[in-house]
Design a protein around this ligand. Structure first.
Ligand SMILES: [Zn+2]
Length: 281
């Protein structure tokens, strides 16, 4: 008798559940439908490109028309997937290079780079900026060409570093062959590589990096800050202090600084920080 009762009870309970689930589901569907209608009615401001004239204009559209606009290359907001990464910053009035008729800005790679020479035991997202050359012929600095701080200087900084490093690394490897330093263990060289179909990625300048980190929640793919522990990123801006260019600018955040971030500088050959490649659009 007991054996019979259990399946019957179970069946009753299941039927009751099923009924509840069905009505729950139809409620949910109604909810989704009404929120979709609300979404369709929601207006968003986009930059619309006219492919025939290659001109842009800002326009307001219904949110549900966005996929069609996105398909022909329009941009909408920070965090949108675009040309190899995510839109990380859109230039504002007053920024160098700002154009009221044409949106420009920074595309951030979706993830931090991994350093194949920093194993723990798998590659980690940490790089030094340049090797330590103080022991072998004194002091080297990339110089003015890598000291741009502003928006728009990251690519030229990075190119200057990429040009400068091979000689330094060769000199070190000649003096200390057992070190066998590889160029792409340094942040700028690692960033200046082709991926996702684009070959114009670079390590952002100090101000560019700051904008990217300010927008990191919208861009996504940045580690959560845990307590006082800093999440630090290298910029491509060399720091010159009393003629000593052994430092570079970095930007960091911790749980106390979120959602802001702090710009500072540190010894570029000792400290290992993250590197997030960006490109211009
Ligand atoms: Zn459009």
């Amino acid at each position: 008798m007991r054996k019979m009762l259990l399946p019957v009870l179970a069946a009753l309970v299941m039927t009751a559940c099923k009924k509840e689930m069905v009505s729950d589901l139809s409620l949910r569907q109604a909810e989704i439908a009404s929120s979709a209608a609300a979404k369709g009615a929601e207006k968003i401001a986009i930059w619309h490109v006219d492919a025939t004239t290659n001109t842009w204009k800002q326009m307001t559209i219904n949110a549900n028309a966005w996929p069609d606009h996105q398909a022909h290359g329009d941009i909408w907001k920070v965090g949108q997937e675009y040309k190899g990464g995510k839109i990380g910053y859109i230039l504002q009035a007053g920024d160098p290079g700002y154009d009221a008729k044409l949106p420009h800005g920074l595309i951030a790679a979706a993830e931090d780079l991994l350093n194949p020479y920093y194993l723990d035991p798998d590659p980690q997202p940490f790089f030094t900026w340049a090797p330590d050359v103080n022991g072998i012929g004194g002091f080297f600095g990339v110089g003015e060409a890598a000291r741009g701080t502003a928006i728009g200087t990251g690519l030229s900084n990075t190119n200057a570093i990429v040009q400068y490093l091979p000689d330094v690394v060769n000199t070190i490897n000649t003096t200390f062959p057992w070190l066998d330093l590889k160029l792409d263990r340094y942040a700028a060289v690692a960033c200046r590589k082709e991926f996702n179909g684009y070959n114009d990625w670079f390590l952002p300048s100090r101000d560019e990096l700051q904008k990217i980190l300010q927008n990191r929640m919208s861009i996504g793919g940045f580690p959560d800050a845990n307590g006082p522990f800093r999440i630090s990123y290298w910029s491509s801006t060399e720091h010159s202090w009393d003629g000593d260019a052994s430092r570079a600018y970095l930007c960091y955040y911790d749980s106390g600084t979120a959602p802001g971030q702090v710009v500072t500088y540190n010894d570029r050959s000792i400290y290992e920080y993250r590197a997030r490649p960006v490109r211009y659009f």
